[in-house]
Ligand binder design. Structure first.
Ligand SMILES: C[S@@+](CC[C@H](N)C(=O)[O-])C[C@H]1O[C@@H](n2cnc3c(N)ncnc32)[C@H](O)[C@@H]1O
Length: 272
């Protein structure tokens, strides 16, 4: 039997742990599925495997991430070949890290991101201000660099899916009444010092959060159902005042320095 597609990359803010809470709050049926902050795509893969996704539009601001999905969708064999050229070894890691993505083919770029993600410290993708991947080599016991069954499963569910690098607000150009949108933006920080927004060079500030709320509201007015996750802060509650807000508790894994380990409160907001 073919394996079920799971996220290919470990991504900051991955929604694996929140999946049960998300799944119970989805509309029973919808036309197209949109995810404008796709990240690791935990919800998309779960829904696609459950046969609940027909047409889908996946996007993110991060081009390196989008390259991975495009390459898996269109040339999974080449990605697998390129991954077989990578080994878990410090010198090789730093050589691959130093490669310029623009000088590689799409499958090679995707294999580079997957390889670095599997072998870097903490397994998290992070770019510096110049857009370079700058995470040091990580210590693992025999990491799986090429999970061929899962890469093929991901390629299968990505077939026919619209995947592109774009700003979240472009969902307004694609979503039609009856569609469903799940927004998982970079979270509003729990405290001013919490370094929880550095997903990419651009960052994601209060103005972005406000613009996102306006997009969320505009979709509702058009008959497009939307659900959004964010941290439970007074700012977020004020932004979504008037919408259906529910608190959920999530076990914390990454970036736990900011608020200590344990559970954190998050909110799920719906526009219907
Ligand atoms: C919390 S992560 C998404 C996690 C994902 N849902 C998962 O399950 O792994 C947020 C994503 O937003 C992306 N992002 C940041 N600013 C953006 C923008 N203006 N438009 C679209 N995506 C953006 C980041 O690249 C990052 O992948």
């Amino acid at each position: 039997m073919a394996s079920a597609a799971k996220p290919v990359l470990k991504w900051a803010g991955g929604k694996g742990r929140l999946l049960p809470e998300l799944l119970t709050r989805l509309p029973h049926d919808f036309q197209a599925y949109h995810e404008p902050f796709i990240g690791g795509g935990a919800l998309f893969f779960a829904l696609a495997e459950a046969g609940r996704v027909g047409q889908a539009h996946l996007s993110d601001a991060n081009q390196s991430l989008i390259d991975v999905y495009l390459a898996l969708r269109d040339s999974v064999d080449e990605v697998i070949v390129a991954l077989h050229g990578h080994v878990y070894e410090r010198e090789h890691y730093y050589r691959v890290r130093a490669l310029r993505p623009a000088e590689l083919s799409l499958p090679e770029r995707a294999a580079r991101v997957i390889y670095l993600n599997k072998t870097c410290y903490n397994g998290l993708y992070r770019e510096n201000r110049r857009g370079e991947f700058n995470v040091p080599f990580g210590r693992y016991k025999n990491p799986t660099i090429c999970d061929e069954p899962n890469l093929r499963a991901a390629a299968r569910v990505l077939r026919g899916v619209d995947v592109a690098q774009r700003h979240f607000s472009t969902v307004l150009d694609y979503a039609r009444p009856g569609d469903f949108v799940y927004f998982d933006p970079p979270y509003h920080p729990l405290s001013p010092t919490a370094n929880f927004t550095a997903y990419d060079r651009a960052g994601f500030g209060s103005d972005d959060q406000r613009q996102l709320r306006d997009v969320f509201a505009a979709l509702g007015e058009r008959g497009v159902r939307a659900m959004l996750s964010n941290s439970d802060t007074p700012f977020v509650r004020e932004l979504y005042d008037g919408f259906r807000i529910e608190q959920v508790w999530v076990a914390r894994a990454v970036n736990s320095r900011a608020g200590g380990r344990g559970k954190v409160a998050e909110v799920l907001v719906r526009n219907d």
